[in-house]
Design a protein around this ligand. Structure first.
Ligand code: HEC
Ligand SMILES: [Cu+2]
Length: 317
């Protein structure tokens, strides 16, 4: 038994912080549980029927005592709240400069796509010491991406993007699980996360199986699917998409909405759901015509158009 570890090793920057929360909360709960039980047992024995003890209540409204056991736990409760909230914020907010990798869950495998277009299945190669943001979606049911050594887990949902980030602190090969029951072979929806030195990762990235870089693949798709005919050119029938990412647009209903990944995704799959003010419902749906990974590529392309423009005009918002 002695070599069975209490928890898997810690291999990300967030892991020690998550563990500390767990151990401190467990410790506090255990301490109060034992303290209350011990006092309870002691008093039950001492004051049991027939014992000769002083049963006179000398100080019926022990103010000092009441205040102590109200104020101390209140402070402790607030301290725990503030501390765990800070850890939670760090856990749930990917850093701006994080490298972005796409993860698609599918019964029963994990499909991964790197920034340069390189793809892999059930294996995720990442560089050491670099913040990595996973943008995840599912092609069918709900899955959940779980890497125990990083202490990160997040549900992966169809028709929506969820993200998860980590920064690895140890090289090696670690387990990757699906942590949401997703059908017959759920238990086999497992894989490996391979953490490499950054130079090795670069080498690996440029090795075999390199796809087309995401940006130029996006441009090709944009042309091939006919998006250009309506969204670019001299007399476009749809709104210009350059610089639109991250901005607010007005909808026909008068509502303002921020253009993010989910909105673009919906605009492509279900254009009538949210019409841009001043435009007719011309855009055809691309539902079932675009694969999940291509959709992501398109979204990235629209994003990159915005970056270019921001760089040119020198404005960022
Ligand atoms: C037949 C013309 C047409 C084609 C083809 C077309 N669109 Fe559109 N698109 C429109 C129109 C018109 C709107 C504005 C009305 C609306 O919101 O549906 C629009 C809106 C959008 C929006 C929302 C823009 C905003 O400012 O909020 C996005 C994103 C978009 N299209 C992306 C695409 C992509 C990607 C493709 C190719 C896969 C595509 N469109 C193909 C006509 C088109
Ligand atoms: Cu699954």
């Amino acid at each position: 038994m002695s070599n069975v570890p209490l928890a898997p090793e810690q291999a990300s920057t967030i892991a020690p912080k998550i563990d500390l929360v767990l151990y401190v909360l467990t410790g506090l709960s255990a301490f109060f549980l034992f303290a209350v039980c011990a006092i309870l047992v002691f008093l039950a024995i001492r004051y049991r029927k027939g014992t000769k003890v002083n049963r006179v209540i000398e100080n019926p409204d022990a103010k000092a005592l009441e205040l102590t056991w109200t104020i101390i736990p209140t402070i402790m409760g607030i301290a725990v709240f503030v501390w765990t909230a800070l850890v939670y914020f760090e856990y749930s907010r990917p850093p701006e400069n994080a490298m972005e990798i796409l993860v698609t869950g599918k019964q029963w495998m994990w499909k991964i796509q790197h920034p340069n277009g390189k793809r892999e299945i059930n294996q995720l190669h990442v560089p050491l010491g670099v913040p990595v943001k996973l943008t995840m979606t599912s092609e069918d049911v709900i899955h959940s991406f779980f890497v125990p050594v990083f202490r990160v887990k997040r549900d992966v949902l169809p028709n929506r993007y969820s993200d998860l980030w980590f920064e690895a602190t140890k090289t090696g090969t670690f387990h990757l699980f699906c942590a949401e029951y997703c059908g017959t072979d759920h238990s086999r929806m497992v894989g490996q996360v391979v953490v490499m030195e950054p130079e090795e990762y670069e080498l690996w990235l440029s090795g075999a199986n390199v796809g087309v870089p995401a940006a130029s693949a996006g441009e090709k798709l944009f042309t091939k699917l006919g998006c250009v005919t309506c969204h670019e050119g001299t007399s476009p029938r749809g709104p210009a998409l350059k610089g639109v990412f991250g901005k607010e647009v007005q909808l026909q209903t008068g509502e303002m909405i921020v253009v993010d990944e989910d909105y673009i995704r919906e605009s492509i799959l279900n254009p009538q759901a949210k019409l841009v003010a001043g435009y007719p419902p011309l855009m055809p749906t691309f539902q079932n015509q675009i694969r999940e990974q291509d959709l992501f590529t398109l979204i990235n392309y629209i994003k990159s158009m915005s970056d270019e423009q921001n760089a040119k005009s020198g404005t960022t918002s």
